[in-house]
Design a protein around this ligand. Structure first.
Ligand SMILES: [Fe+2]
Ligand SMILES: [Fe+2]
Length: 174
């Protein structure tokens, strides 16, 4: 095995966080969908898929380096929300928790001089930075747009347009 037992355990813990994130976003997408907010729904459906990719990335890595990936059990996420603003604030909070967990794992790789996992985790360090910046920005924009009258329409458009910009960036990177 290329990694320590302790690292294997930490990575399996991270799997649980990524899959919880995926289901949280799926529940958020579903709520937005039911509320008729198509842009926001698309934004969160895509986020759910992205977190599932993160989960799979770690899953395959653990097995690749000779460990044993443990399929996480699924806890039902919160299904009902007050507003898109509340959703984004919850999302940021969860992303911050994920970031702390990733950083703790990087600390462990340094402690253990585990260059393989250190290198693997670089993607996640970058990813978390982007996620926190994104949700920070989205929250400020929602606050700017406000909660009165037609604001929901604009919030929905804004989230939908972020999603298409992200898609464009992803295809131009390929
Ligand atoms: Fe993630
Ligand atoms: Fe994330």
């Amino acid at each position: 095995m290329l990694i320590s037992k302790k690292m294997e355990k930490a990575l399996n813990q991270q799997l649980i966080l990524e899959s919880a994130a995926s289901f949280n976003y799926l529940a958020m997408a579903s709520w937005c969908d039911k509320e008729g907010m198509d842009g926001a729904a698309k934004f969160f459906y895509n986020h759910a898929a992205e977190e599932n990719e993160h989960m799979m990335k770690i899953f395959l890595f653990i097995n690749e380096v000779g460990g044993h990936s443990v399929t996480p059990s699924v806890k039902q996420p919160t299904l009902h929300f007050k507003s898109v603003l509340e959703i984004c604030q919850l999302a940021l909070k969860h992303e911050e928790k994920v970031t702390r967990s990733i950083h703790k794992m990087v600390d462990l790789t340094v402690q253990e001089k585990d260059h393989v996992t250190y290198d693997f985790l670089r993607f996640f360090v970058r990813e978390q930075r982007e996620e926190e910046v994104l949700f920070d920005k989205v929250i400020s924009q929602i606050k700017l747009i406000g909660t009165g009258g037609q604001s929901l329409y604009y919030v929905d458009n804004m989230l939908g347009s972020i999603e298409s910009t992200m898609e464009e960036e992803a295809t131009s990177e390929e």
